[in-house]
Design a protein around this ligand. Structure first.
Ligand code: CA
Length: 351
């Protein structure tokens, strides 16, 4: 090799090292609301971090801190806003106490199913509304994976009439919690890691978590064997929160890698939930014959719908932005649902 070539190669090597040192190596941390054992929801975060590292050729790494590590499952919003963590994986309806406008982005009772909601987000204006909702907190929010339709929860006693709900202590987050509260339930939102203990110790009488894939592993059925079908979270989406200042510092390539990694992990979470739920449901009856699957009686469901509409109207008066979000969801669902019925539902029912 001649001297000129050697010098050029040497310079190139130095340049590439310099450019990596100059800022191409990005190390982020993500805080999750979930504990380290909460698969497949924690798996979404781990997958996302893995995809980012792989796609960036190791230049961009994200350390996953589960709730077991940072000890603040309900502090994820503040930690990302404050910049202690560049990212969080959680759900927007946990923040209804901070800002009611953040709540509808997870799911709404009697609202859209997962595919309907996903279509609304990407093509029906949902994403722009979510961006607007989080802008005032210096954060961006992205879809973090959908659980699909959730089960209505575990109860120690059968719920036969609305009277049976009165005075019941139940963990149920989001708008459904508001509805239950109106029906006389004492509603709490306990962090996921404390659910079993709370039920076991009698701090609560009932709870809802997700679906059989996650619920059975938690052991709720041992204490509260009445398992109700869902009405309250027809397509609950987790969220990735990203500190906007940190995001703006990323190169365009790293931004694109991050967005694609989030989307891919969200898709994988959705299908993994479907798979886990299907497997758990198939084996549930045989393995745990004490579980009694129930649906809330129609009069209770009718009352829940009525209260839901009244609460939506109340919050719509308080916040025009809440009204804008829910109106957008309802208008989209009206169109999408007709298609869901004529395609999937009619097909399944063999019409
Ligand atoms: Ca839930």
């Amino acid at each position: 090799m001649n001297r000129g070539k050697k010098v050029a190669l040497c310079a190139l090597a130095i340049l590439s090292t310099l450019s990596l040192q100059a800022g191409d190596r990005v190390k982020w941390k993500i805080a999750t609301t979930w504990g380290s054992a909460a698969a497949p929801i924690i798996t979404a975060t781990e997958n996302m971090a893995k995809y980012v590292e792989q796609m960036s050729g190791g230049e961009f790494t994200i350390r996953v801190d589960s709730a077991n590590k940072h000890k603040a499952p309900m502090g994820v919003f503040d930690m990302v806003k404050g910049g202690q963590y560049q990212m969080g994986h959680t759900t927007s309806y946990f923040w209804k106490g901070k800002d009611i406008n953040l709540m509808p982005f997870t799911t709404m009772p009697f609202g859209m199913t997962a595919p309907e909601r996903m279509a609304w987000m990407d093509f029906g204006g949902g994403m722009a509304l979510m961006e607007k909702a989080y802008a005032k907190y210096g954060m961006l929010a992205f879809e973090g994976g959908n659980t699909g339709n959730q089960m209505g929860g575990w109860f120690k006693k059968e719920i036969k009439t609305a009277e049976d709900l009165k005075g019941l202590r139940m963990r149920i987050p989001g708008f459904a919690g508001e509805i239950m509260s109106e029906l006389g339930v004492a509603v709490t939102n306990i962090p996921p890691g404390e659910l079993y203990t709370s039920l076991d110790r009698g701090t609560i009488d009932a709870l809802e978590w997700v679906g059989p894939g996650m619920d059975i592993k938690m052991g709720f059925h041992k204490i509260a064997p009445y398992y109700y079908t869902g009405w309250h979270e027809p397509g609950a989406e987790a969220e990735y929160l990203v500190n906007k200042k940190a995001y703006d510092k990323l190169s365009d390539t790293h931004k694109e890698i991050l967005r694609n990694a989030m989307r891919l992990s969200a898709y994988r979470m959705y299908i993994e939930f479907y798979h886990e739920n299907a497997l758990a449901w198939a084996s549930m009856k045989e393995k745990y014959p004490n579980i009694k699957v129930k649906t809330f009686p129609k009069p209770i469901m009718d009352q829940m719908r009525k209260v839901n509409d009244a609460l939506v109207a109340k919050y719509s008066t308080q916040s025009p932005f809440f009204k804008e979000i829910v109106d957008s969801q309802r208008a989209y669902m009206k169109k999408a649902r007709d298609w869901t019925i004529i395609s999937d539902l009619d097909y399944i029912q063999g019409k």
